[in-house]
Design a protein around this ligand. Structure first.
Ligand SMILES: NC(=O)c1ccc[n+]([C@@H]2O[C@H](COP(=O)([O-])OP(=O)(O)OC[C@H]3O[C@@H](n4cnc5c(N)ncnc54)[C@H](OP(=O)(O)O)[C@@H]3O)[C@@H](O)[C@H]2O)c1
Length: 347
């Protein structure tokens, strides 16, 4: 009979701490007492969430910067070996092999647990077979490929599958070229989104790096009562309200006290506009299709949605941030850094 290990990690590595989710993951892991290695392509790059700390203060708080590139297995091996970290937070970064060689390098260098930022678009159910995702589901497929590699490499992992980021309307919905004026071009204003805060996703990731789900690291060959593959935990994450895209921009207007000019585009106009702002055309077309029909066949299915909201509180001990709260905290910083058009929307 399997025994349960409530294993804790006090030495963890975060690949991509300059990112919204990676930054919060690093901060959360540190708040739980772990030594946190900040694995970066450019180690002297400012880390927004740690901007208030001097280099000395960063070190005093048990953060250490180290060079690593998620597309370069040798740099990963060196960083993990040097750090001695046993748990790693990992982003999807496009590589021909779905990060297989990078993940193998992590495992071989001593990583025992990966927390991977996957996507809600990897379908719920489907026997949890991540290999069954159709190739035309571009974003789901790319995330599913990494999950499949983690399974094949037998790396115990948590696949976080968040839905629609609260940062999307600010980074991609608002037209950065028009800042400080607030103007948005949207397709399908009636489309409902959950607007989960990257802050919450990162806090979940950081908590799980330090305290993985009980059972995950036990008995990797044993059948798992939830039907998930042994050594794998899937966690859907959603924001606390489903709101239409039209309402999203009304909220930005209400919270900021400033006019938001919303222009409704046809699907074709929206795709053309995103492509003109640098988003690859197939990605823009895929997103427009998703905003018409949903990212999955059973988008926001009630039982999974409720659990996905509850997961934030179950892991972090605090309620998921509302979109209003998110805008209060982040709108000004978004406007002042003039987000890059074509942003990071990649559900
Ligand atoms: N937007 C959505 O609605 C949505 C929904 C579900 C899932 N997702 C997932 O969430 C991701 C976006 O998360 P986010 O907003 O936190 O991202 P983000 O703020 O854009 O940060 C991305 C991070 O990845 C790092 N990175 C990029 N290439 C790297 C490489 N080769 N090696 C090491 N680090 C590298 C970047 O570091 P540098 O500073 O070096 O650039 C940065 O720290 C999407 O890509 C997708 O996988 C998004």
């Amino acid at each position: 009979m399997a025994t349960t290990t409530n294993k804790k990690y006090d030495n963890v590595i975060v690949f991509g701490p300059t990112g919204d989710v990676g930054g919060h993951a690093a901060l959360a892991a540190s708040s739980y007492g772990a030594k946190v290695w900040l694995a970066m392509r450019t180690p002297d790059k400012p880390i927004p969430i740690l901007a208030h700390l001097s280099p000395d203060e960063e070190k005093k708080q048990s953060f250490t910067r180290i060079h690593a590139d998620l597309t370069d297995a040798a740099s990963i091996r060196a960083a993990v070996q040097h750090s001695g970290a046993k748990a790693a937070y990992v982003y999807l970064v496009p590589t021909a092999d779905g990060l297989a060689s990078s993940l193998a390098a992590m495992r071989d260098a001593g990583i025992e647990l990966v927390v991977f930022l996957s996507s809600f678009s990897v379908p719920f159910g489907a026997g949890l077979d991540v290999r069954a995702v159709a190739p035309q589901k571009l974003i789901a497929r790319a995330h599913a490929a990494v999950e499949a590699n983690l399974e094949d490499l037998r790396v115990p992992h948590v696949a976080l599958r968040p839905a629609y980021f609260a940062s999307n309307p600010l980074n991609m919905g608002l037209d950065a070229a028009r800042f400080p004026a607030l103007e948005a071009h949207i397709f399908n204003g009636a489309f409902e989104v959950d607007c989960i805060a990257p802050d919450d996703i990162g806090r979940v990731a950081g908590a799980l790096l330090v305290a993985p789900p009980p059972d995950l690291l036990d008995d990797k060959d044993a059948a798992n009562p939830t039907g998930e593959k042994a050594g794998k935990k899937v966690l859907y994450l959603c924001g606390p309200q489903l709101i239409t895209q039209d309402r999203v921009f009304e909220i930005i207007q209400e919270v900021s006290g400033r006019d938001v000019a919303v222009k409704h585009l046809s699907k074709e106009q929206w795709v053309e506009r995103q492509a003109a702002h640098g988003m690859p055309q197939p990605v823009a077309a895929y997103l427009a299709e998703a905003m018409e029909k949903g990212f999955t066949d059973d988008q926001y299915r009630r039982d999974m949605y409720d659990q996905a909201v509850a997961n934030v509180k179950e892991v972090t001990g605090r309620d998921a941030m509302s979109f209003e709260e998110y805008v209060k905290v982040h709108l000004d910083e978004t406007v002042s850094k003039a987000a890059v058009p074509g942003g990071t929307f990649s559900s």
